[in-house]
Design a protein around this ligand. Structure first.
Ligand SMILES: Cc1cc2nc3c(=O)[nH]c(=O)nc-3n(C[C@H](O)[C@H](O)[C@H](O)COP(=O)(O)OP(=O)(O)OC[C@H]3O[C@@H](n4cnc5c(N)ncnc54)[C@H](O)[C@@H]3O)c2cc1C
Ligand SMILES: *[C@@H]1O[C@H](CO)[C@@H](O)[C@H](O)[C@H]1NC(C)=O
Ligand SMILES: *[C@@H]1O[C@H](CO)[C@@H](O)[C@H](O)[C@H]1NC(C)=O
Ligand SMILES: *[C@@H]1O[C@H](CO)[C@@H](O)[C@H](O)[C@H]1NC(C)=O
Ligand SMILES: *[C@@H]1O[C@H](CO)[C@@H](O)[C@H](O)[C@H]1NC(C)=O
Ligand SMILES: *[C@@H]1O[C@H](CO)[C@@H](O)[C@H](O)[C@H]1NC(C)=O
Length: 509
């Protein structure tokens, strides 16, 4: 046997290991957006092909980001010399991807005194205010208030009593409905945990509907939170006060959001919440670095065209990139990306949340009290048209007269209004976030597979709920879908199965 033939035979034997469709190099994946969704999809693609599986290794991953920084809606703001979360600020203790990312990347988890949790540790220093001291504001009065935190010098026994008293206060107003609310949240969180199961028992999903039905969460997207909670036996008072306060804080909306978005929002007032020390954006930045993806900053993609065998991504700067698969990792609702052929995405409105940071002091007169020190560190609001803000919380207390606050509102807070709410104001920073979907029930979902070929959309899952973790969970599924659709073409790695009977073998690359 002569050498060239031997070589040819060896090459043939090696063929099944190569990606199919005649492409000699592994398919390149382009990702639009460097938030947690884009960063996670890059991580999972790399992890599931190059690191854990061997064989097909997807290591040509290019991430495009229109801004000069990574992280998207995870971002920090600096006011008065201190840095705070400006977008996504809290992470649930059972958000397992986020936890794993933090430990993989060596990032410290900072636990937060949880919102609205009387069991949370009382403030031990004046600089980390206790948000278990909260009040429900109806525009004229505090209809409910917990007790101000015990002083830092008080004994453990006193702290326990304080905690108990707050629980009693809550119980007196809302009764056993509180337990029903807790159960509702617990059940939802448990169902969500199914998305961390291994590949053997967890299919790859081609639609958000399939994904939600599998974990038994789909039903919660068909009805409003209000209807779900009334059915679960919660009192109208609990729904219109505490529950509404929480949904207004977390999603800027009232209890007409879907039951699922509502449950996720309520879970955001559990105890054990945490954030990444130095900023949650580091999760995305760390993953991008860790996976060795190529990052293009200041590169806004404005068109995605399918050439018949690959996608051409053009940027506003006139650059052009070719890739076999493209992942859209940003909400398309307020973007002008041209798709050729066009894609069909149902109309979805984004809820804009205006985040205003103020260094100064609240005006006691506005709240009908004698001194700013009587205003709780978290002021939540009920759903009434005349209240110009959703919540106000103390981020840092420098002294009794000098604090930094975060205000959420649905409309911009003009200076005239800030002058009424605050008695002193040294510095103001305003951010207008296209924050999360405007939730409704029944919810309609965009496809994950936008064109039936290799154009994927992570943020279709945001119509279920918008969080750091839901983006990561949706991205993990998209990564598996990409792998299964590419490996379905070659005969190797059939280890990842798809729940859908629509097969992927027919597409010609
Ligand atoms: C005020 C606020 C508070 C929140 N609080 C929490 C919270 O406490 N906990 C929590 O878990 N979640 C919270 N969220 C939700 C959370 O921030 C989001 O669900 C999550 O960060 C979404 O990540 P993503 O990667 O899907 O999208 P994004 O973070 O929006 O990332 C998309 C990226 O794509 C980029 N991009 C867009 N178009 C283009 C283009 N044409 N070309 C190139 N790049 C482009 C954008 O610049 C952006 O960087 C909050 C959100 C807001 C706004
Ligand atoms: C609360 O504080 C005490 C004393 O500082 C500490 O031992 C305990 O672990 C804290 N609990 C939580 C839930 O952080
Ligand atoms: C809640 O918000 C929706 C619009 O998002 C509105 O139609 C509805 O009237 C609001 N509910 C209450 C109780 O105000
Ligand atoms: C990234 O590149 C470095 C240096 O080449 C390498 O050591 C590391 O294993 C790569 N990481 C991944 C996830 O491939
Ligand atoms: C993308 O850019 C290439 C190269 O500049 C150009 O030929 C092509 O027409 C552009 N496509 C779109 C949709 O603009
Ligand atoms: C998208 O295009 C429309 C119409 O041309 C324009 O009004 C809008 O501002 C654009 N949006 C963005 C985010 O560029």
């Amino acid at each position: 046997m002569d050498q060239p033939l031997l070589h040819a035979l060896l090459l043939l034997a090696a063929l099944p290991l190569l990606p199919a469709a005649g492409a000699l190099a592994p398919p390149g994946v382009c990702v639009v957006g460097s938030g947690i969704g884009g960063a996670s999809v890059a991580y999972f693609l790399k992890q599931y092909t190059c690191v854990e599986k061997g064989g097909l290794c997807l290591d040509d991953i290019r991430i495009f980001e229109r801004r000069g920084r990574v992280g998207g809606r995870m971002a920090t703001v600096t006011i008065g010399g201190d840095t705070f979360e400006a977008g996504a600020s809290i992470i649930h203790p059972k958000n397992l991807h986020a936890r794993r990312f933090a430990s993989l990347l060596g990032l410290n988890q900072k636990t937060k005194a949880s919102k609205l949790d009387p069991k949370a540790n009382a403030s031990s220093s004046s600089s980390s205010p206790d948000s278990s001291w909260f009040g429900v504001w109806d525009g004229e009065h505090f209809v409910f208030k917990t007790l101000p935190p015990p002083s830092s010098s008080s004994s453990t026994i006193y702290r326990k009593i304080h905690e108990l008293l707050n629980s009693l206060l809550l119980f007196r107003r809302y009764g056993f409905s509180l337990l029903r609310m807790e159960r509702f949240v617990k059940t939802t969180v448990e169902r969500f945990l199914l998305y961390y199961q291994g590949f053997e028992s967890r299919p790859v999903f081609e639609t958000v509907e399939d994904m939600l039905k599998w974990s038994n969460l789909y039903g919660l997207t068909r009805r409003t939170l209000q209807v779900e909670l009334a059915d679960a036996g919660l009192s109208p008072l609990l729904i219109s006060e505490l529950v509404t306060v929480i949904t207004r804080i977390n999603y800027g909306q009232n209890v007409s959001i879907s039951g699922l978005a509502g449950a996720v929002s309520l879970a955001g007032s559990d105890s054990g919440l945490w954030s990444v020390d130095g900023g949650n954006w580091q999760l995305a930045a760390g993953l991008v670095k860790y996976t060795n993806a190529t990052l293009y900053l200041h590169e806004e993609i404005d068109s995605v065209s399918y050439s018949g065998s690959y996608y051409v991504l053009n940027s506003t700067k006139g650059n052009s990139y070719n890739c076999e698969a493209t992942v859209i990792a940003t909400p398309l609702d307020e973007l002008n990306i041209t798709f050729d052929p066009p894609v069909l995405v149902p109309n979805r409105r984004l809820q804009h949340t205006f985040t205003t940071f103020v260094r100064g002091l609240l005006n006691p007169n506005y709240f009908g009290v004698n001194s700013a020190s009587e205003i709780p560190s978290l002021v939540g609001t009920v759903e009434l048209p005349d209240i110009p803000f959703s919540s106000i919380s103390v981020l840092k207390k420098y002294s009794e007269e000098d604090m930094t606050y975060k205000v959420f509102s649905r409309a911009p807070l003009e200076d005239v209004l800030l002058d009424q709410i605050f008695s002193t104001r040294k510095e103001v920073i305003r951010i207008n976030w296209p924050a999360y979907p405007h939730y409704e029930a029944p919810e309609v979902f965009a496809p994950i597979l936008l064109d039936g070929i290799h154009l994927y959309y992570i943020n279709s899952f945001e119509s279920a709920a918008s969080t750091i973790e839901t983006s990561a969970v949706a991205a993990e599924n998209v990564a598996r879908l990409i792998i299964s659709r590419f490996s379905g073409l070659s005969s190797t790695t059939p280890s990842i199965s798809s729940i859908s009977d629509q097969d992927n073998l027919h597409f010609d690359l």
